[in-house]
Design a binder for this molecule. Structure first.
Ligand code: THU
Length: 139
């Protein structure tokens, strides 16, 4: 069983480290492996824009670079910096992040938790957010 609230708390911790001088949009993600290990990520922006990395991909790339392959869920929180918890909206992952998730996760099982506070959240499978996945190799 995934402890959604604990994972959301980790996403809020990650959000504090967002490097966002250009957008002021702070995103935090917490990715949990099937064995229960949590990898946090924040968005990291660049003055030349394209190197910007979303919070979700930061968490994935940290985990993958540590040898993790089996993922259960990711919690995501995002809002303009300084928005009180509960006053913002859900922050769904961008299309690029959804495609990265599809590379490494079983889309029918991997869960994406979108939270606007510690106890106001929605849970989706990756298939719901990314139907008709483009994957040339069979995993
Ligand atoms: N961003 C994320 O980190 N994750 C999302 O789900 C949406 C967008 C970041 C990218 C950029 O730093 C800022 O939010 C505004 O788009």
């Amino acid at each position: 069983m995934i402890d959604y609230k604990a994972l959301i708390r980790e996403a809020y911790i990650a959000q504090q480290y967002a490097y966002i001088p250009y957008s002021n949009w702070a995103v935090g993600a917490a990715l949990v492996t099937k064995s229960g290990k949590v990898y946090r990520g924040c968005n990291i922006e660049s003055s030349t824009f394209t190197p910007t990395n979303c919070a979700e991909r930061t968490a994935f790339f940290k985990a993958i670079s540590e040898g993790e392959k089996d993922f259960a869920a990711i919690a995501v929180v995002g809002n303009a910096k300084g928005t009180p918890i509960g006053k913002g909206d859900y922050c769904p992952p961008c299309g690029v992040c959804r495609q990265v998730m599809a590379e490494f996760c079983d889309a029918d099982k991997f869960e994406i938790i979108l939270a606007r506070s510690y106890d106001d959240y929605k849970v989706y499978t990756l298939s719901q957010l990314l139907p008709l996945i483009s994957l040339p190799i069979k995993k």
